[in-house]
Design a binder for this molecule. Structure first.
Ligand code: TXA
Ligand code: MG
Length: 324
């Protein structure tokens, strides 16, 4: 397999990276914590390609990166606590989980079906220059295949990916901090540290009061908690019927592939071409569109367990699980 090209992060390379992002490609970039796998946060297909490149078995929501606080603010609903933390620690290794703004342009797939978005302003000259050249929000999970350790050099990144998946790796040298950002969830009444990281809980607490206990990275995998255990987790109001081969007139149909049963009240096709990356890009937006109170349920056609099909089926099984 071909490794992605690695370019020293000079002006020309950063301009090239911004062009690639605009065209929907993936570009790895350095931050002060670890290298990130960047993609246009507002492009559903590009966000789906990030999950595909990482090979995540389920959709774990992504952090959206901005060049400045002003670039982040329109995406989420800031409160006083968020203002204080952002003023104190941005740019820097702190990620805030906040409610999505009503008109948030970021792909629903980046939120993995939650009504919240994780946001941060990285403190690294190359990351800032890339975000400024691109001029839009960028998703940036750690640039490692799922289950491997996070990369702190450009060489680590290049070892993990094929050139077909990652168009370019910007080399900005080794990362200064070397562990991921601290993730603080401000979407509930009490702030909770979801992931310990580059900024200690002790330095955050004086600004916002008592913090909840840190969770392990594993418990933070929101969709795994099952429907209903997270208050803001989006599950359709309608029931979900899996592996539908036929459909009734009072049902919504979430189709996949070319051979679609007729007769549903409304049909949306995740991917007429049968492409699981395209299907992932459409999944959360289409579930919302089909969730109409006058209908009996959302019937879902079988989706293959290949590519992003595994993560799609994981999410759909949760949506179909019996509710409390
Ligand atoms: O330091 C970092 O944060 C690096 C650099 C590249 O910025 N990025 C990073 O991203 O570590 P990632 O995707 O590997 O980790 C993001 C973490 C995940 O554990 C995810 O579950 C959590 O943040 N997260 C993202 N969005 C969330 C949300 N809306 N609610 C709760 N947790 C969220
Ligand atoms: Mg990671």
């Amino acid at each position: 397999m071909d490794r992605p090209p690695v370019l020293s992060a000079n002006k020309a390379a950063i301009a090239r990276a911004a062009d690639l992002l605009r065209a929907g490609h993936l570009v790895a970039f350095p931050t002060e914590t670890v290298y990130g796998l960047g993609a246009d946060a507002c492009n559903d297909r590009a966000v789906a390609a990030v999950y595909a490149a990482k090979g995540r078995p389920r959709f774990n929501p992504l952090i959206v990166h901005g060049a400045t606080i002003a670039a982040i603010k329109p995406l989420v609903r800031f409160d006083d606590r968020a203002d204080r933390l952002a003023a104190a620690f941005w740019p820097g290794p702190l990620t805030l989980v906040l409610p999505r703004a009503i008109d948030c342009p970021v792909s629903l797939l980046a939120s993995a079906g939650l009504d919240t978005l994780a946001v941060r302003v990285p403190a690294h000259a190359v990351a800032t220059a890339l975000l400024e050249a691109f001029g839009r929000p960028m998703v940036g999970p750690s640039a490692n295949p799922s289950g491997r350790v996070s990369p702190t050099t450009a060489a680590h990144v290049a070892e993990g990916f094929d050139a077909a998946a990652v168009a370019l790796v910007l080399d900005g040298g080794p990362c200064r901090i070397g562990v991921e950002s601290t993730v603080v969830d401000l979407s509930g009444a009490a702030p909770v540290v979801l992931r310990p990281g580059g900024i200690t809980a002790e330095s955050i607490a004086p600004l916002i009061g008592r913090l909840g206990r840190p969770a392990s990275e594993d418990t933070l995998d929101a969709p795994r908690r099952g429907p209903g255990t997270l208050p803001n987790h989006y599950a359709p109001n309608l029931g979900v019927r899996l592996n539908a081969k036929s459909v009734a007139g009072d049902e919504a149909l979430l189709a996949f592939g070319r051979e679609v049963p007729q007769g549903a009240a409304i049909t949306l096709n995740l991917s007429p071409a049968g492409d699981t990356t395209e299907a992932a890009a459409n999944l959360f937006a289409m579930l919302r569109l089909l969730d109409r109170p006058e209908l009996a349920c959302i019937a879902v056609m079988p989706i293959p367990e290949s590519g992003l099909g595994t993560a799609i089926n994981d999410r759909l099984r949760r949506a179909a699980a019996p509710r409390a």
